[in-house]
Write a protein that binds this ligand. Sequence first.
Ligand code: COA
Length: 157
Amino acid sequence: MSFGELRLVSCKVNKMEIRKAKIEDFDEILGLVHQLSPLKEGEGEVDLGVFKKIIHDENHEIYVVDSDKGLIGTGMLLVQLNLSHGGRPSGHIENVVVDEKQRGKGVGKKIVDFLLDRAKERNCYKVILNCKEKNISFYEECGMKNSEETEMRLDVS
Ligand SMILES: CC(C)(COP(=O)(O)OP(=O)(O)OC[C@H]1O[C@@H](n2cnc3c(N)ncnc32)[C@H](O)[C@@H]1OP(=O)(O)O)[C@@H](O)C(=O)NCCC(=O)NCCS
């Protein structure tokens, strides 16, 4: 598959396709991302410039699920370049969200399957993500497993 090619997919939502995000998608993608991570008090909205930077970066791939109801889902793959594993990158999945009115119809699984395929196509040796406990079974349904590794974290104010 060429980079960014459209894929027609089928699930319980009619007429949907997964495609690469475009500049014009910015507002709709933000609406979806806020369902995952609402703006905190005093937190500013992300700038369009940041979005442009991401979508023009060859190691960030944002995809959207486009349907007759507008954008109903999104997800991002970060291809992190690497010095170990023979220089094969690792894939990081971020910002997987399905519009709350469209959940439970197989859209989320389609997004993750797609991102996992893209990671394989980008020669990643592994794909990782962080998620809440309640979403573990969802990612297991997508073929991922709960890793024994612990995440170390520092929240920077
Ligand atoms: C998590 C999320 C992306 C799942 O999307 P979805 O379209 O509702 O999921 P799907 O319909 O594709 O579900 C796929 C499978 O996982 C299961 N599943 C879905 N959400 C689940 C959950 N939260 N817990 C357990 N299982 C879940 C479904 O039952 C389904 O199994 P089945 O194929 O045997 O029926 C969606 O609920 C969402 O956007 N949540 C808010 C944002 C979020 O938390 N994103 C994850 C960031 S890490």
